[in-house]
Design a protein around this ligand. Structure first.
Ligand code: HEC
Length: 145
């Protein structure tokens, strides 16, 4: 009779132990699965977009701060232009689509025009920053779900 409670409590701790083992294995398996899914995704397309977002944002900041000399804006336009070269490379599935290529080409053409004749005042710089945003929006409207 005296051994009965001990057996019960050892059962309970065995279940608790198994439960904890299960939790740990579950957590490890989840992390492994998430890593595997993540490693299958190519970070390049989103990286191209995020670099462009950063420079488009910085360009807008310059205008907002009334810093509109060519030396303020041109570095960001150049960075945007470099990334714009990679739009088709980043999204090869869309590079077959004529509308996508047109959006990308229009964007590059606008940036080229602005590099050829950089804005010299805040009115022109603001127009440029707005044009950049419009280009992003135009393509996103068609291709970002
Ligand atoms: C020629 C088309 C095109 C242009 C131009 C374009 N984008 Fe994109 N962008 C896309 C597509 C397509 C996606 C969705 C990509 C995906 O998730 O696979 C996207 C996604 C994004 C994302 C989300 C990325 C993520 O992590 O999910 C950001 C941010 C972004 N774009 C910013 C910009 C900015 C800023 C500009 C302009 C300076 C811009 N894009 C110009 C096509 C374009």
């Amino acid at each position: 009779m005296a051994s009965q409670p001990t057996a019960k409590s050892s059962n309970a701790s065995r279940y608790l132990f198994l439960f904890l083992i299960g939790l740990v294995i579950g957590a490890v398996a989840t992390v492994m699965a998430m890593r595997a899914i993540q490693s299958r995704q190519d970070p390049f397309p989103d990286s191209v977009m995020h670099v462009m977002q950063k420079h488009a944002g910085l360009l807008g900041d310059k205008v907002a701060q009334n810093r509109c000399a060519a030396t303020d804006t041109v570095p960001h336009v150049r960075a945007l232009r470099t990334m714009a070269n990679d739009l088709e490379l980043a999204l090869p599935g869309l590079a077959e689509d004529q509308r996508f290529v047109t959006h990308a080409s229009d964007f590059r053409a606008k940036l080229d025009a602005s590099l050829a004749t950089p804005p010299t005042g805040c009115t022109a710089a603001k127009a440029l920053a707005d044009q950049v945003k419009e280009s992003c929006k135009a393509c996103h409207q068609d291709f970002r779900g």
